[in-house]
Structure formats: structure tokens, C-alpha cells
Design a protein around this ligand. Structure first.
Ligand SMILES: C[S@@+](CC[C@H](N)C(=O)[O-])C[C@H]1O[C@@H](n2cnc3c(N)ncnc32)[C@H](O)[C@@H]1O
Length: 507
């Protein structure tokens, strides 16, 4: 673009124009490698409008700035508010091919702000934001900001990556780079500062993020959360496959958190205030952040907050199935014959709501496993279990799909695939009532919706199930007896019975 043409654009328009031009030049793979997905303009505007600063001199940081769409949208908002007299903008970017675009946009910003009588200074760091600032995680920074606005890169880092090593104190396992941007930013905020980030929602419950959550929420308080509920379409153009969340966090104490949700066109679905500790309980073991986004989830949290049991309180636990098919290819077989050495092998496809369908005739996968020295340690004694899928299909309303499994006299050992979790007791055999009761509860719409208030992806990890709250033992046994004594009831009827017993009326 010629410089004469640049003049016809406002900074925001120019930044969106450059974002479109530049992103078309890159393949999906290239974008994924550096986590480069530009924020659509309606979402940039929305994020900018979340700032409530009334300051005259505003210091802004935009780490991972891309073509500056967030900075420009925020500045548009400040200009509209007419309180701001001077702006210092610091930006970070590692993609050197963006240099010219960034320089053009900052120049346009200067001219635009000068026409509005707002003083403007900026510093561009073509440097890695994490490496440059990791030291603030354990020491105080002289430089602090009033507003930090960011759509940071999202990708997992190897444990040996220098950015992961430099931020060791907040990482449990393999960190996602976006959490490093958030943690560092939480240390770079002024006492009355605000940070506004769009990221995957995974940090709110993922177990790898526990250390991060503790650190982050020790440094800042959640002020508002906005969840995009139509999965997978927020960054339509770039096919970002994650549930995205806009988090506004501040330094000062917050009593109530605003939670809103919308589709990617920002048609608002819900908007409600919650007590801080309903959403985030500092005392809780795993420090999950709960994000209820409709009245049903709201009611669910109220009921669940009265429960204080977990599976471990009943001497019950959950593990991941030990058989990884590709690691033991030579020991798994298709032929449908059980003899002394061939045992049933249960896989994800065999498990549906309250039903074990095994062997499946048209499943072209091995459903038998040979018992020998190589498989001794990965077989489990035939006992009473609950098999729970570790993954649901995309778009499936149900995340928790499980079935009872009861031991059979002629079978001593079984194989359980690693795409399944199995629930059992280390001390005893589960009773029929326990197996039916827990299975029915986990399959219920109630538990599924409860699970979704803190888990936004399709995976169901055993650790998350260990953290789920359960009603009293008597309640579980009562449900178990109901299933056993009414074998003709459909699961939908059992489900309705559970909802009624829990006093939960779905809207
Ligand atoms: C998700 S994009 C968002 C860009 C822009 N803020 C927006 O909202 O459209 C993240 C940007 O961060 C840059 N980036 C990746 N790793 C970085 C790092 N370690 N330090 C600074 N920038 C980084 C990428 O090149 C990319 O432009």
C-alpha cells in the first residue's frame, strides 16, 4: 500500500486491513507454529470497551501485538471516553515480517492521536515477551501498566523450551505459552490497573494449569469473564479449535464477578453477577474457576455447593485404562473367541450411556487381548467397574458417558483401553448398587452440565472426576437400587428421577 493510501484509513481500519492481508499470506501450519491468529474487529472492539479506566495518562502494554488491532480498538475506546490526555504504548512482537505493518500503524496512530490532542509515545520491542520479562515472576518490576490488553499466542511448549525453563515456578508439566503471557502480565499491572485477555478457557480447570492458576489468582482478581459458547467458530477464518474466554482481571479486591456469554457475533446469551467465591474458591484443592453461563448451570452450582463428598470418601477411585493399542499391537486380536489366553478387551466404542456393547460386530478394531508375559501388567482382574469414556465426540451434548461393568465367572482378567477411564475400589469390590448408582449419576444431564461449568473441552480426565463433588452415599445407593429394581425403565426415565430427587428443574 502506498503511503498516500494509508492516510485514508483510521488506525483500527488499517490494522484490520493489514491483519487480513498478512494472514492470507500464511498457511494454517505457519500460523499454528507461532500462535498467530488475529482478533476479529468486533471482538477487538468489545475487548477495548471492557476498560473502565478514567486516568488521564494511560500506560498500555500489548504483548504479542500482531497488527495492533487490540491496541487500536482500546485507543478508540479511550478517545471516545474523552478522559485520556496522554498514552504510552509498549508492544511486543517476535514475527519480524510484521515490522513494516507495525511501523505504519504506529505512525498512523501518532497522527490520529495528535489530531485529537492526545500525547502519544510508543516503544516497539521486537523481542520475545516471555524471555524479556520472566524475571518479574519472582521480583518486582519498576515498570507497571494501567491496561494490558492481549490475544497472546496459544501453543504448548516443550518442558525444555527456554521460555518454559525461564518460567519454571508457574509450570506444572508442559505449559501453554498463553499462560506465561498472563502470569507475567499479572505482575506488570499497576494497583489500579486492568488486564484484558482473550485465551482458550483451558486455564480455568486444566490440571497442568493448577500452579499457574494459584500464581495468577494470587496476583490479580477476576473482574469479568466472557465465554464464547458456539464452539469453534470464534476465529472462523483461522479455524481455531478451542473454546475461547475473555478475562478481565484487576489488582483490587472484587466481590462480584460478571459472567457473560455470546456467540462469535457477540449476540449476548447470558449476563449475570456471581459472588466471587461461587466462581473461584481460594480454599478449594484444585482451584478451578467455574463459569456458569445459563440459569440451569446456575441452579446446578447452587445444589453442588451443598455437596461435600468426592469419590475418595467412598473408598472409590478412578484410573485410566492401561492398554495402549499401538504399543501392544501383537497382543490384541480381532477374532471373537475367548479361551484360556484370550480375554475381552474393552474400548471406547463399546461404551454407551449405561450400556456395554461388546463385542461389536461391525467395529473393525481388535476387541480381544492375549494374556501372556507381555500383557500381564496391563490386564485388570475382572471385577465390578464403571467404564467412562475419556473423550466425547465434538458437538455431543454429553461429556460424561459411562456404563456399568460386572465381573463374569468365566473371565478372570480383562483389557481396558486407554481411551477409557475405569472407576473401582482399591480396597474392595464395588457393590451393584454403587456401580449402577454412580453410572446413572455420571450419565445424568445434571452431572454433565455440572462438569461443563468447569471443563470446556471434549476430554474427561481421571483427575477431574476425582475432583467432582458427589451427593451423599445414601443418595447414590438409592439411585442404584432404583435402577436395579426397575430394569425396564429407560435411561431417560432414570435421568428424570435423578433430576426430581435433586430438586433440579431444568429450564
Ligand atoms: C494470537 S496472535 C494475536 C495478534 C494480535 N494481538 C491480535 O489480537 O490480532 C499472537 C501474536 O503474538 C506473537 N508472538 C508469538 N510468540 C511471541 C513471543 N514470545 N513474544 C512476543 N510475541 C509473540 C505472534 O507472532 C502473533 O503475532
Amino acid at each position: 500500500m502506498k503511503s498516500s493510501e494509508i492516510k485514508d484509513y483510521s488506525p483500527s481500519e488499517l490494522s484490520q486491513f493489514f491483519a487480513d492481508v498478512y494472514s492470507k499470506q500464511k498457511t494454517q501450519k505457519e500460523k499454528r507454529e507461532i500462535g498467530q491468529f488475529f482478533t476479529p474487529d468486533n471482538i477487538s472492539d468489545f475487548m477495548g470497551s471492557l476498560s473502565t479506566t478514567q486516568k488521564e495518562c494511560v500506560k498500555i502494554l500489548d504483548p504479542g501485538c500482531g497488527t495492533l488491532n487490540l491496541s487500536c480498538a482500546l485507543i478508540d475506546h479511550l478517545v471516545k471516553n474523552q478522559k485520556t490526555k496522554s498514552i504510552q504504548l509498549d508492544i511486543y512482537e517476535t514475527d519480524n515480517n510484521l515490522k513494516q505493518y507495525i511501523e505504519d500503524i504506529t505512525k498512523t496512530l501518532s497522527e490520529y492521536l495528535s489530531s485529537k490532542n492526545i500525547a502519544f509515545n510508543y516503544t516497539i520491542y521486537f523481542e520475545d515477551f516471555v524471555l524479556k520479562n520472566a524475571n518479574v515472576l519472582n521480583s518486582n518490576s519498576e515498570l507497571k501498566y494501567d491496561i494490558i490488553i492481549s490475544n497472546p499466542p496459544y501453543f504448548k511448549l516443550a518442558k525444555t523450551d527456554e521460555r518454559a525453563l525461564a518460567t519454571d515456578i508457574i509450570n506444572g508439566g508442559q505449559p501453554n505459552i498463553y499462560s506465561l503471557f498472563m502470569a507475567i502480565s499479572s505482575r506488570l499491572l499497576n494497583d489500579d490497573g486492568e488486564m484484558i485477555f482473550i485465551t482458550p478457557r483451558s486455564f480455568t480447570s486444566g490440571l497442568y494449569f493448577k500452579k499457574f492458576r494459584e500464581f495468577f489468582l494470587d496476583n490479580v482478581n477476576l473482574h469479568s469473564l466472557h465465554l464464547f459458547v458456539n464452539r469453534n467458530d470464534t476465529f472462523k477464518k483461522d479455524k481455531v479449535l478451542q473454546e475461547l474466554l475473555i478475562t478481565k482481571a484487576v489488582k483490587h479486591k472484587v466481590d462480584q464477578i460478571v459472567i457473560t456469554s455470546s456467540d462469535s457475533d457477540l449476540n449476548i446469551y447470558s449476563n449475570k453477577n456471581y459472588q466471587y467465591n461461587e466462581v473461584y474458591n481460594v480454599e478449594s484443592e484444585n482451584k478451578f474457576v467455574f463459569i456458569p453461563i445459563n440459569e440451569n448451570e446456575d441452579k446446578i452450582l447452587k445444589i453442588v455447593n451443598q455437596w461435600d463428598k468426592k469419590l475418595e470418601d467412598f473408598d472409590i477411585t478412578i484410573s485410566t485404562g492401561p492398554v495402549v493399542d499401538f504399543r501392544t499391537k501383537e497382543n490384541i486380536v480381532l477374532e471373537a473367541k475367548i479361551d484360556e489366553n484370550i480375554k475381552p478387551y474393552y474400548r471406547l466404542n463399546n461404551v454407551t450411556q449405561m450400556e456395554l456393547n461388546w463385542p461389536l460386530q461391525d467395529l473393525n478394531k481388535e476387541q480381544f487381548i492375549i494374556q501372556n508375559d507381555a500383557t500381564k501388567s496391563i490386564l485388570r482382574p475382572s471385577s465390578n467397574y464403571i467404564f467412562l469414556r475419556r473423550q466425547s465426540a465434538k458437538g455431543d451434548k454429553h461429556r460424561l458417558i459411562c456404563t456399568p461393568y460386572f465381573k463374569e465367572d468365566n473371565i478372570d482378567y480383562i483389557g481396558i483401553d486407554n481411551k477409557l477411564n475405569y472407576i473401582y475400589s482399591k480396597k474392595r469390590e464395588l457393590t451393584k448398587e454403587e456401580v449402577y448408582g454412580i453410572s446413572a449419576l455420571l450419565n445424568s444431564t445434571f452431572m454433565n452440565q455440572y462438569f461443563q461449568t468447569f471443563n470446556g473441552n471434549v476430554n474427561v480426565s481421571s483427575t477431574e472426576i476425582k475432583q467432582l463433588k458427589f451427593p451423599d452415599y445414601q443418595f447414590i445407593i438409592h439411585i442404584g437400587e432404583k435402577v436395579i429394581n426397575n430394569q425396564k425403565l429407560s435411561f431417560e426415565e432414570i435421568n428424570q428421577y435423578i433430576l426430581q430427587k435433586l430438586n433440579y428443574e431444568q429450564n
